[in-house]
Design a binder for this molecule. Structure first.
Ligand code: URA
Length: 433
């Protein structure tokens, strides 16, 4: 088999066979096929696409390019969720303890933040002592005993994706549904859970800028999961404005704690309850979403979900006193208000702009080597649809960056105020199963 024939076949819009797909994935991982041929093929896939059969084989070949995690020792249904990423997305910090307190087992591998999006691992590491690099043995024991663990990806999980993604990043081949779907799903499948819930976000702060692209990506990933016999479902959720109120690592952990105490922002609570209900249905703990929602609410009201967060933090070496007394978290040296210059309804909060501004305040990384300021970020006082008076606070910024005037101006300008009342779209736009 010759790589050049595979490239020209795809260039001409033809379907690749299973043998051809496995040949190029395995050959690339072994270093037998050079970057330039894989980038030419990826560019052909960007333009000509792949059908369902090809995408399933590609995902399967990538999933088995390295280690796969065996969770069979853990009793009960192992559930997983994945978000395509956004601004203020601290969902796993609430959803994990919520579903674990209901008896589901969450064995989750998460990622770090880059650019305008945050990452669960960084948020967890804002809790002093918290480790996200525990051994495989300890990971399994913890999920068994506590009901949940969230760690970084092991080194040899889907090496095909590590190599391929780095190449796509510098060859203009990230934006392709077959390539994104196989990249995400190969990692989720290799992580070994019985069920997967995908939170596919759309909007200025998301990877997919419009709803239609988000739906196509979600449908493709659900088809891959079904094709490879894993219960996979997806929700399509709004990232046209930040999720909840807090953006920035320890600020988001504090919001997660408040939410588990029953005091979360409306959109964030709704997302957690909806996603949690679907996960409990997938885990066969509840018969339907209505029953699941009641159970989740009960776990918040009784404090059991909050206690589960404490157990999880303690198991991974974190200092639980910060969870019980969030006032202990470090606070930035500079706190400033961003105020509205006019009266009206907030019609838009540019999510990409807010995410990038939070990064410039110290909350995120421009490159993987940057060091994060765990206390930096933004806390919104107003969301889309809210009425604001002239001079009223739109949001507060937390930073240790002294020269922050231009960042403040960009944050101010990312709020659009109109005289008309605004209809607020629901946080969960669609559900695909
Ligand atoms: N996230 C991934 O893991 N892979 C992609 O291709 C895009 C986003």
């Amino acid at each position: 088999m010759r790589m050049v024939d595979i490239i020209t076949k795809k260039r001409d819009g033809k379907q690749l066979s299973e043998e051809e797909i496995r040949f190029y994935v395995n050959g690339y991982v072994k270093g037998e096929i050079p970057d330039y041929q894989i980038s030419a093929l990826n560019m052909a896939i960007v333009f000509k696409g792949m059908n369902k059969e090809e995408i399933c084989v590609l995902t399967d070949a990538m999933e088995h390019s390295g280690d796969t995690i065996d969770l069979s020792q853990i009793k009960g249904v192992k559930v997983d969720k994945h978000s395509t990423g956004g601004v203020g997305d601290k969902t796993s910090l609430v959803l994990g303890p919520l579903v674990a307190s209901c008896g589901a087992k969450l064995a989750k591998m998460s990622g770090r933040g880059l650019g305008h999006t945050g990452g669960t691992l960084d948020k967890l590491e804002s809790i002093p002592g918290m480790s996200v690099a525990i051994s495989g043995e300890r990971f399994i024991k913890q999920v068994q005993e506590v009901g949940m663990a969230i760690v970084g990806q092991t080194a040899n999980l889907v090496p095909a994706d590590k190599k391929m993604y780095a190449l796509r990043d510098v060859t203009g081949t990230v934006e392709s549904i077959p390539l994104i779907a196989s990249s995400i799903m190969s990692k989720k499948l290799a992580s070994g859970s019985d069920t997967i819930l995908l939170d596919v976000k759309f909007g200025s702060g998301a990877f997919m800028k419009n709803i239609d692209d988000a739906k196509s990506l979600a449908k493709t990933m659900v088809e891959i999961g079904d094709g490879l016999h894993r219960d996979t479902r997806a929700i399509i959720t709004d990232m046209t404005q930040p999720l909840g109120l807090a953006i920035g690592n320890n600020l988001e952990v504090k919001e997660a704690i408040n939410t588990l105490h029953g005091n979360g922002p409306k959109d964030f609570v709704e997302l957690c309850l909806r996603a949690g209900s679907i996960m409990l249905e997938q885990a066969k703990i509840c018969k339907n979403e209505g029953e699941a929602r009641k159970l989740l609410q009960q776990k918040i009201d009784s404090g059991e979900a909050f206690e589960k967060l404490c157990q999880f933090v303690e198991a991974q070496g974190g200092d639980v006193s910060y969870i019980r007394h969030p006032e202990k978290f470090e606070i930035s040296s500079i706190i400033k208000d961003v105020v509205s210059e006019k009266e009206g309804y907030v019609s838009e909060i540019n999510c990409l702009e807010i995410g990038e501004s939070a990064m410039r305040l110290g909350a995120g990384r421009a490159t993987m080597d940057d060091v994060i300021d765990m206390s930096a970020g933004i806390v919104l006082n107003k969301k889309v649809g809210d009425f604001v008076q002239k001079g009223e606070v739109l949001c507060k910024i937390y930073t240790n960056v002294k020269e922050n005037e231009s960042i403040l101006k960009d944050i101010h300008d990312s709020f659009k105020i109109t005289t008309n009342k605004i209809d607020v779209a629901p946080i969960v736009h669609d559900y695909i199963k």
